[in-house]
Design a protein around this ligand. Structure first.
Ligand SMILES: [Zn+2]
Ligand SMILES: [Zn+2]
Length: 146
């Protein structure tokens, strides 16, 4: 198993069981912001002893320990992200893709309004159509006009 992932977990105070390493490894390698179910489906063949409850509990632990982010960008499912650096997310309402967007400034809110506050999390969610879906939508629109 992957030693880098093992150390990543140890550094965040998480006891690195084989199942935890496999789940973290999956999150670090798949930057698609999977749901708990996606992760279970992807790993249950490789780890037959894995249960959905273990996946849910592990993701909860990862989030608490700062090893992963949980995103509430999708109305139906919580999504998980192995990239815990500050970045914004875009969700396409057409194909459902969740895309990482780098941010050029960490302070999206003027810091003077945050005096006395403790910020534990910054989430920026953008929603709309991705360029691919937007392109397809405009093709359909042009067709119906003609
Ligand atoms: Zn799309
Ligand atoms: Zn992300």
């Amino acid at each position: 198993m992957n030693n880098t992932t093992k150390n990543y977990l140890i550094e965040r105070g998480i006891k690195p069981s084989l199942q935890r390493i496999a789940i973290m490894d999956f999150l670090l390698k798949n930057r698609t912001h999977p749901t708990a179910d996606d992760i279970y489906q992807a790993l249950c063949d490789i780890i037959p002893t894995l249960s959905k409850t273990t996946v849910y509990n592990t993701l909860k632990l990862f989030t608490q320990q700062g090893a992963a982010l949980s995103l509430e960008i999708d109305e139906k499912n919580v999504r998980f992200d192995g990239d815990t650096s500050v970045h914004a997310h875009f969700r396409c309402k057409c194909c459902g893709a969740i895309i990482d967007l780098p941010v050029d400034q960490v302070n999206m809110v003027d810091p003077k309004f945050l005096e006395g506050f403790v910020i534990t999390e910054i989430n920026a969610f953008y929603k709309g159509l991705c360029d691919k879906c937007n392109h397809e939508a405009s093709l359909i629109q042009n067709k119906s006009i003609n």
